[in-house]
Structures are given as C-alpha cells and as structure tokens.
Design a protein around this ligand. Structure first.
Ligand code: ATP
Ligand code: MG
Length: 366
C-alpha cells in the first residue's frame, strides 16, 4: 500500500514515547535489506491464544508476516499459550483459541510448508532458555518495562504474578530459541524487543561466544503499529474493543457503528489530536490501499456516520475472501492438528540445537 506508508507511519510515530520513531526509521532500513537479500533473515512472530485475531493484528503484523513469507524469508509463528496466564488465573477456551489462531493464519495466507507454526508449551528446550536469560536481567529493569506496566494495569488479577513480571524474558526465549533476527510487531511490543536485544548482547558478552551465539533482532513495524479499538484504546483481544477477522459482516458494521469518535463533524486525518477518528480513517485507507488524508477529504463535512459506513464497507470487502477461506478451512480440524504437530516437531529440533549451543557456551556439558 504505497500511498499509505509515509503519512500514517510518521503521524503515529510522533504521538508516543516508546521509541517508535527510531523503530520506524530502522524498519525502513531493514525493508531495504530484505529486498536485497531475504535469505539473511529469520523471523519469529506470534500471538497469545486469548481470543480471536483482529484488525489490529492484521494491519499491525499479520499482513507483514505473509508479505515476508512470500518474499522467501524463513518464518516461525509462535502461539504463546503459557503467556495467556500472565494476566489471568485460568486459560479459558484454550483449545478453541489455539485452533482459531491456526485457522486465521491459514486463512490470511501463512503456508505451513514454508512457515513453522508451533505452541511454545510444546517446546521444552525453548522454555529452558528462560533460566539463563533471567540471570541476565535485573528486577528493576523488568519493573521499568512500559509494556509490563500497561499489561499489569489491564490485568484481570489482583496481584502481579511472577509470570507477568518475567514475560519479557520469556519472550526473549521465544525469539532467540530459533536465533531470529527479525520480529514483525506492533508498537506495544517494542520495549520487550529492546530487552531481547539486551539479553542477546549480554549472553554473547558474558559467555564469550565470539561473533555471537545470538543475533540482536530488529523490530519490523507496519504502517499501523497501533490500531485503536472501538473504545479508542489499543485494539486488543482481551479488552472487548476488537473487530475480529472472523466476525460476520453484520457484526463488523455494528461494532464500527458503535466506535468512539469525537464532537467535530468535519472529518480529518490527525492522529495526534483526533486519535479515534484518525484510526477509523486509517483502517479504511489500509483496506482500500489509499492515502488516509484523501479519504478524510472525501468525507469532509459528511460526519462520523458516513465515515463509519465507509470503514464498514471497506473492511467487509477486504476481509470477505479471508473469511470465506476461513469457513472452508474450519471444516478440516485434522489439518489444524497436523499443522501444529509438524510445526512443534520442527521447532523442537531447532530449540534442541540452540540449547546444546547454550550449554556448551555456559560450560554445562557433563
Ligand atoms: P491481548 O489483549 O490478549 O494481549 P492482543 O490483542 O494485545 O491480545 P497479542 O497476542 O498480545 O494481541 O499481540 C500479538 C501481536 O499483535 C503483537 O505483535 C502485537 O504488537 C500486535 N498487535 C496487537 N494489537 C495490536 C494493535 N491494536 N495494533 C497493532 N498491532 C497490534
Ligand atoms: Mg497483548
């Protein structure tokens, strides 16, 4: 969507303090490197099975995943099932959500022959990396992490668990078990990725692994690093403000009709001062492959109701083929199981090899 890239990304980056601007600049440089030589990259990316994937996922990271895969970049797609328990006591509907994630991946174009889809609970050697990695971070560092703070603020638990606190170190294990050097993420994940880079660097320094056992992975941000939900905060599976990829066209229209806007009837694209209206304009722009400023100009004084109709039509039209494919794939549960079984096997072999390297570097081969 070339018309969208510059404007949307730049406007969003100026409105936050998470280092998004630097990450956008770096993402652009990485895009050049990918075009030159996709074979030098290995991607780790993933989602928590806490609900259905939504438009924030799609335009924040899923679209990039498929694009990278189709460029020939090797990819690991993680279902972060242990991490469901970071902010709740029980992982409800876990099987349903895991299978739903796999369905969404297949429906949007993830090809299990090219990309490894796996669940981290099924990979013992991956989880074992957490222990040496935890020794490389301080408690204060974990406590300062803005994503951890935000997730604690939205947690369903009254007390912060050790799992929540160590979430970023676990994520480092998720990324580094396959020595991934590229991670397509939304803006909320940037602090976690920064910690992963520190852990990789510190491991290499402390255990003298020369050229480096672990790469320092780059984040790859999309044109929509922070899509807002219907309540005007980050669209999230767990916050009841999301439009699921698998929703029906009617439900999509209903949810968009109820989205928060503001009192100004004249529609503009101004993410800093009008985040809710601008996120809707951006959504239409992404679906239509148009510039968000032009979409806002076209609607002008016609107001929020017209904007919402435009967004609903654009989203429903964009998602129609994905939704149709998803329905068809859902008939074949055996396929979903097979994708996971094969993915878990491939990820296990990779994790075992990395753990062997880690043990050798740490002098713990007995
Ligand atoms: P939960 O509320 O359960 O944490 P979530 O909607 O935040 O769910 P995650 O599984 O935590 O989804 O995130 C998966 C990936 O999607 C991450 O890379 C994250 O940055 C990205 N992502 C999630 N929500 C958005 C959003 N609203 N805009 C852009 N990217 C997003
Ligand atoms: Mg999240």
């Amino acid at each position: 969507m070339p018309g969208v890239v510059g404007s949307a990304a730049a406007d969003y980056s100026s409105s936050d303090s998470l280092g998004t601007s630097a990450a956008q600049t770096r993402s652009a440089a990485v895009e050049d490197l990918i075009r030159q030589d996709p074979g030098r990259f290995r991607v780790l990316t993933g989602d928590r099975p806490t609900g259905q994937l939504h438009l924030g996922h799609y335009f924040g990271t899923l679209h990039n995943r498929v694009r990278l895969q189709d460029l020939g970049v090797e990819m690991f797609v993680l279902i972060a099932d242990y991490q469901v328990l970071t902010d709740r006591d029980v992982a409800d509907h876990l099987v349903e959500h895991v299978e739903g994630l796999v369905l969404d991946y297949l429906a949007i174009g993830i090809d299990p022959d090219q990309s490894t889809v796996f669940a981290h609970s099924a990979i013992p050697a991956l989880n074992q990396l957490l222990l040496p990695f935890l020794s490389l971070v301080s408690v204060a560092e974990l406590g300062r992490n803005p994503t951890v703070k935000d997730e604690i603020a939205h947690s369903r638990q009254s007390a912060v668990s050790g799992l929540m606190f160590t979430y970023p170190a676990h994520q480092a294990a998720d990324i580094l078990f396959c020595k991934a050097n590229l991670v397509p993420v939304g803006q909320d994940q940037l602090p976690h990725l920064e910690l992963t880079r520190s852990i990789a660097r510190r491991f290499n320094d402390r255990y003298g692994t020369g050229a480096g056992l672990f790469p320092e992975p780059d984040a790859l941000l999309s044109d929509a690093p922070l899509l807002l939900g219907t309540d005007g905060t980050k669209m999230s599976k767990s916050r009841g403000n999301a439009i699921a990829l698998a929703a029906s066209a009617d439900e999509t229209a209903r949810l968009i009709r109820g989205a928060k806007t503001d009192a100004d009837r004249h529609i503009t694209y101004d993410p800093v001062n009008r985040p809710e209206v601008s996120s809707l304009v951006l959504l239409a722009a992404l679906c239509l492959g148009r510039d968000p400023h032009q979409i806002a100009d076209d609607i002008g004084n016609a107001g929020a109701a017209t904007l919402k109709n435009t967004v609903s039509e654009a989203v429903n039209e964009y998602l129609a083929p994905i939704r149709a494919r998803r329905k068809q794939l859902a008939q074949d549960r055996g396929l979903i199981r097979q994708v996971l079984r094969e993915g878990n096997e491939r990820a296990t072999a990779v994790a075992d090899a990395t753990l062997t390297d880690v043990r050798a570097a740490m002098n713990s081969v007995y």
